[in-house]
Design a binder for this molecule. Structure first.
Ligand code: ADP
Ligand code: MG
Length: 584
């Protein structure tokens, strides 16, 4: 599912971005405002009724007038129930939809950012953005909608009614606005900064908890519970102190605005009373009460609006956090590039250099031609650039300089999504998702006939795994395939590759984590899988790559030897050393 509309969020202008979210709903918002004016009319009409009632009481009647006032007041109040429900449905409908739009926009964007982004950003932080930040924005719109609307209605109503009955008091209203704006401006910067600090601290806390969960088996195995706890607890302390600084800004804000507004309200009431007593202005007791009520309501609503500052600041920070992903520059640009219906999977690396950050290059000026259908093995010490080679071939890592040609076409001009439909990867530790084994094997394919699944399973040496399971291939494997052993997962993963019939096969230490017995079974399956496809393979145990057409020996990002197993052993170079080290 695509997000309904393209989102333009600017991390530099979060508030504008927030308002931009409402833009598609302009027409509905006008309708909602109309409902609102009716719904909140008691706020400014009731003081008028109260004032009239007081003046009738002072004048001693008539009684029937009070009855009429009572009926009007009851009608005004009763209509609030249905109109409020109507408002909630319309307004919250929009807010909830915006949240979905935001979530889908983030998730869709995560599908297009480079794989490198996932190396830099932890799963927990992404989760925090999609879940927590969107929730903050939702809460913000949800919490401020009604009170902000009320504030505006009361303000306009009060001004109108005052203008009609005691226009001399209009200038006093003008005071409330600059006061409110003043308090806001005074604390704004600090509030933004503290909100950002808090959000980042919270993301780091999420990351620490995520890391803890991932590392739990290692932690337990080494009796490192206390260290693991301390690591997370230190972050919790950070969240506490950042949270408290944020609370303090919010506290100052609340206190300052309350005191100022109450002073203003009481000053207005007493001022109106004094004017009435001294008879400088012609004003009835009812009107004194009317003004007093308006001021109280008015300052109350200005207060309420001011009290949104923390909520708005938090929403603003969350939109920035989301915009960070939406605007992530490290995108895999596939749009508009050439689609490749099929590949031969012949490669040509021309002076490919890859740098990650400031470190020495992971590959330096590597040139290599790989013929379609060839099996090429990469060997070398850990960190010599073997995985980087494979990631370049997959297009996950872009060369910092040099270029890679796939079947003669520069890979940077191809739509890599279409290329990868013809590629399968069997990594060291295959990940299965929670679902049936059959779903895992046919993941992402159109419905596949049972026979094809059966054949793939047989060729992957996975029949015995399926047979041992209670519901065969409909058995659900746990999260990340927890019900299966490493060797079993690898064979399922090979079946997944086989059924796709890929042109390019990437095996990065696919057997390295296995015991000898399952290694043999996986190796057999892999050999069947490799037939007739271009295969790039990295294997820890050299005996498993003897059959490769050519072996490339890497050392610190450079190719130091190329040749078949026999040639390289003959040459008495680097490969021979490695071979002899492993020879039984
Ligand atoms: P191998 O697979 O041969 O062990 P790699 O290709 O994984 O080696 O790594 C080559 C070098 O590049 C290493 O020094 C490694 O630390 C570095 N490297 C690999 N991937 C990344 C990455 N995503 N970010 C930063 N450095 C990386
Ligand atoms: Mg590696």
């Amino acid at each position: 599912m695509q997000p309904e509309q393209p989102l333009t969020l600017d991390p530099g202008r979060p508030l504008r971005s927030l308002l931009g979210l409402l833009r598609p709903y302009r027409a509905r918002l006008v309708g909602i405002s109309a409902i609102f004016i009716v719904k909140d009319s008691p706020l400014w009409l009731l003081p008028v009724i109260t004032a009239a009632a007081i003046d009738y009481v002072v004048a001693g009647g008539p009684l029937s007038a009070l009855g009429v006032l009572g009926i009007i007041a009851a009608a005004l109040l009763l209509q609030v129930y249905p109109t409020h429900i109507l408002f909630t449905r319309a307004y919250m409908g929009i807010v909830r939809r915006i949240a979905v739009t935001l979530r889908n926009a983030v998730v869709a964007r995560l599908q297009t950012v480079s794989i490198g982004y996932f190396g830099r950003t932890s799963a927990a932080v992404m989760q925090s953005k999609v879940v927590r930040d969107v929730e903050n924005i939702e809460l913000m719109f949800g919490q401020i909608g009604n009170p902000l609307g009320s504030a505006i209605v009361v303000f306009l109503g009060a001004i109108t009614m005052t203008a009609l009955s005691v226009p001399q008091f209009l200038p006093v209203y003008a005071l409330t606005i600059p006061l409110g704006v003043g308090v806001w401006a005074l604390l704004r910067k600090r509030s933004h900064r503290r909100n950002e600090d808090f959000r980042i601290e919270m993301e780091q806390y999420s990351r620490a908890v995520g890391d803890m969960a991932v590392l739990m088996p290692i932690t337990r195995a080494h009796g490192l519970e206390q260290d693991s706890f301390t690591r997370v607890a230190e972050r919790a302390e950070g969240v506490r102190s950042r949270g408290l600084s944020l609370d303090m800004v919010n506290g100052h804000f609340g206190a300052l605005s309350w005191v100022l507004m109450q002073l203003l309200a009481i000053g207005c009431l007493l001022g109106a009373g004094a004017l009435s007593v001294s008879e400088t202005v012609d004003i009835t007791p009812g009107e004194v009460v009317l003004l007093g009520t308006y001021f109280t309501t008015l300052t109350g609503t200005v207060m309420t609006v001011l009290s949104f500052m923390p909520v708005i600041a938090r929403g603003r920070e969350s939109i920035r956090s989301i915009a960070e992903v939406i605007c992530e520059p490290d995108l895999e640009q596939n749009e508009g590039k050439r689609q490749v219906p099929d590949i031969e999977a012949g490669f040509r690396f021309e002076d490919v250099t890859v740098r990650y950050g400031d470190e020495p290059p992971a590959l330096s000026a590597v040139s290599l031609t790989i013929a379609p259908g060839e099996t090429i093995a990469f060997v070398g010490a850990s960190g010599s650039g073997k995985s980087t080679m494979m990631n370049v071939a997959l297009g996950f890592v872009r060369p910092s300089s040099g270029r890679v040609l796939l079947d003669g076409a520069d890979m940077s001009t191809l739509d890599l999504r279409s290329v990868r439909r013809r590629v399968s990867v069997v990594p060291q530790d295959s990940v299965l998702f929670e679902g049936s084994i059959r779903d895992n094997i046919t993941y992402g394919l159109d419905p596949v006939p049972d026979e094809r699944v059966q054949v793939a399973i047989a060729r992957a040496n996975a029949e015995e795994i399926i047979d041992a399971l209670p519901q065969g291939w409909d058995t659900t494997v746990g999260q990340r395939g927890a019900r299966l052993s490493g060797g079993q997962r690898q064979r399922i993963s090979i079946a997944r590759a086989l059924i796709r019939d890929p042109r390019l096969l990437i095996l990065d230490e696919a057997t390295s984590a296995l015991d000898v017995e399952s290694e043999r079974k996986v190796q057999e399956a892999l050999e069947r899988l490799m037939v007739g496809r271009t295969t790039l393979v990295v294997a820890h145990r050299l005996s498993t790559i003897r059959q490769a057409d050519r072996i490339v020996v890497l050392d610190r990002g450079r190719i130091v030897e190329i040749g078949s197993h026999d040639e390289l052993v003959e040459r008495a170079g680097r490969y021979r050393e490695l071979w002899e080290m492993q020879a039984p």
